[in-house]
Design a protein around this ligand. Structure first.
Ligand SMILES: [Zn+2]
Length: 144
């Protein structure tokens, strides 16, 4: 697929598969401090899916977000060529969990402006957006 070619739209089955994988990952979350258990599943351009969960630490600033761990797994698998087509974020707490600012920047680093992001809203519905809508005016280094 060339850079200008839009990927085929995600099917409902693909979206549900991502949601189920993210929920499975959320059950593995290490969240003894907050109790906030988050899972993420990322769909790569070649249809590979990797997952991640949040991993807390007693030194709170060392906590890793689910999205970050799923993307790290993608990079560990495919190296710098890993490209995100979609990111699914869920939690087991029935509360809103949009990606934090740092995760938005990481999603953009390995995504494209069209990368889709799904996350729970406050009313338990699911919001579907693009990383460009979530992170306008993103930081980008020249030459990348
Ligand atoms: Zn985050």
């Amino acid at each position: 697929m060339s850079q200008n070619e839009a990927p085929a739209a995600l099917s409902p089955a693909q979206i549900d598969d991502l949601r189920q994988r993210a929920l499975a990952a959320a059950t593995k979350a290490y969240a003894p401090y907050s109790g906030f258990r988050v899972g993420a599943a990322v769909l790569l351009d070649d249809d590979t899916v990797t997952t991640g969960c949040n991993v807390e630490n007693a030194s709170f600033r060392l906590t890793t977000c689910a999205e970050q761990s799923a993307i790290a797994a993608a990079v560990a698998l495919q190296g710098s060529t890993a490209r995100l087509r979609a990111v699914m974020i869920v939690n087991l707490n029935h509360t809103a969990s949009p990606p934090c600012g740092g995760c938005r920047q990481t999603i953009l680093e390995f995504g494209s402006p069209r990368t889709e992001v799904f996350f729970p809203a406050t009313d338990d519905s699911e919001i579907r957006s693009t990383i460009t809508d979530l992170l306008p005016h993103a930081f980008l280094l020249e030459g990348r």
